[in-house]
Design a protein around this ligand. Structure first.
Ligand SMILES: *Cc1c(COP(=O)(O)O)cnc(C)c1O
Length: 440
């Protein structure tokens, strides 16, 4: 380990972030702020073996600038209320399209159905572009604007791009977006309507990712791509802050700390950035003394996109690429781009990776909607399918506080929903037809 560059000053109310630097999670090299942009040079900068960086903070300075009471009293429910914990110099740099502050639903009918007494669903399909990815894209646009970067680019299975397009529209930021041409039409429509420059790649998400990397290197664009841009974790971690605040408000015991932490969190996993963010958020809260324990974090993958599950089972540090074919497009990933943070999240929290079949993912959409009133896209319902599997396997207990994160709205992919519901019944416009249809 060695220091690179000069020591940056941090943590003031006068327009500097509280970031102290970045650390490579492969080789341990520490970089001062702005000494490195995306990844450490200790590895090739693509695929599953990148020198992923973790953003580090001055927690003592943050604690002096922000108290739990201040966070609770802030009338703004969006991620801006956590700004000293974010890698931005000013709260006002966040785009004027508020992100986060999504509902934590107590889902009483789901609890009764499956027998988990303290189950909650964090519905991140309620973000402005209808997915969890808004949390990261807000940070991408804020950082690009603070640095005066004219163009932000990203590769995406669809949601990260839609989130970037929306945040960019709010902030007046130009974007170039690379998606596989097979992305669901609703996601592509979001990109087009928000005014992004959209390039639909005749290939997989992994092809789009590599092309975006090459284009950013060639044309000097700011690259938001997941796993490669270390700051995306820092937006995604805000979900954990909100979970802790909301469980506290719901009366869950905090064990003497200001905020309550759940026993277990379930989240679907593709590249592994969201699960790494969930872990980082709870690590921050522990560092501040705002919660009293780390929840067990469960990463759920489709059996048709199992690269991180496989690596976890085998005890590997670097996942072997797979040929991903899952119907849950948002988690269909050959070579996960954020494997270190994802594997650390599960291993260091005492959680597990859980594998579910695509049929179970699609079936999970039904109880989630009919008993929980949460309409999830397949990748969102994957987390709930994983909870059901874990409950069967004895990984969770009936009296534990459990949070399932829905990462995307079902309106993102209505064809998947119709696959499980079957087609709608069409009738003639008269009462006899109603009687016949309902056997009345
Ligand atoms: C991106 C995404 C995921 C997976 O997140 P990773 O960071 O790739 O693991 C899960 N669900 C939805 C809806 C997503 O958009």
């Amino acid at each position: 380990m060695h220091e690179t560059g000069v020591h940056a000053s941090t943590g003031t109310a006068s327009g500097r972030s509280f970031v102290t630097g970045l650390r490579c999670l492969r080789c341990g090299t520490h970089y001062t702020l702005n000494a490195v942009e995306y990844v450490c040079g200790c590895r090739p900068n693509t695929g599953s073996d990148m020198g992923t960086l973790d953003v580090e903070y001055d927690y003592a300075a943050i604690a002096a600038a922000l108290t739990p009471e201040q966070v609770q009293a802030d009338p703004d429910p969006s991620i801006g209320r956590f700004w000293p914990l974010l890698p931005i110099d000013r709260r006002s740099s966040l785009p004027p399209l508020p992100v986060g502050g999504t509902l934590l639903l107590p889902v009483a009918r789901l609890r009764a159905e499956i027998g988990l007494r303290h189950l909650f669903v964090k519905d991140d399909g309620r973000n402005p572009s209808a997915s969890f990815k808004d949390r990261a894209s807000a940070i991408a646009v804020a950082r690009a604007q603070e640095a005066g970067r004219p163009i932000v680019a990203t590769a995406s299975t669809g949601n990260a791009a839609a989130a970037l397009a929306g945040q960019a529209a709010a902030a007046g930021q130009a974007t170039v977006i690379f998606v596989p041409k097979t992305a669901p039409p609703a996601k592509i429509a979001q990109l087009l309507i928000y005014g992004s420059t959209v390039l639909a790649v005749d290939g997989s998400y992994d092809d789009a990712f590599d092309l975006c990397m090459a284009a950013c290197a060639e044309f000097g664009w700011y690259n938001r791509s997941t796993g490669y841009n270390p700051y995306m974790t820092e937006g995604k971690k805000t979900v954990s802050y909100e979970i802790a605040l909301q469980l506290t408000a719901a009366g869950v015991a905090a064990g003497g700390a200001p905020f309550a932490a759940p026993h277990a969190v379930f989240v679907s996993v593709g590249d592994g950035c969201i699960i790494g963010g969930v872990h980082k958020g709870f690590k921050d809260l522990l560092a501040l003394g705002w919660i009293d324990h780390m929840p067990r974090i469960y990463g759920v993958q489709s059996a048709l996109s199992p690269a991180l599950y496989n690596a976890w089972r085998a005890g590997d540090e670097v996942p072997q690429p797979v040929r991903a074919t899952t119907r849950a497009d948002s988690i269909s990933v050959d070579a996960p781009r954020d494997p270190i943070k994802a594997l650390n999240a599960v291993r260091q929290s005492g959680g597990a990776f859980v594998l579910v079949e695509d049929a179970a993912i699609l079936q999970a959409m039904l109880p989630l909607a009919r008993l929980g009133a949460v309409f999830a896209e397949p990748a969102g319902a994957t987390a709930y399918a994983g909870l059901l599997q874990a409950w069967c396997d004895g990984l969770v207990q009936a009296d534990e506080t459990i949070v399932v994160i829905n990462t995307g709205s079902g309106l993102k992919d209505v064809r998947a929903a119709m696959e499980v519901t079957g087609d709608v019944r069409v009738i003639a416009p008269n009462l006899d037809a109603v009687r016949a249809a309902l056997a009345l």
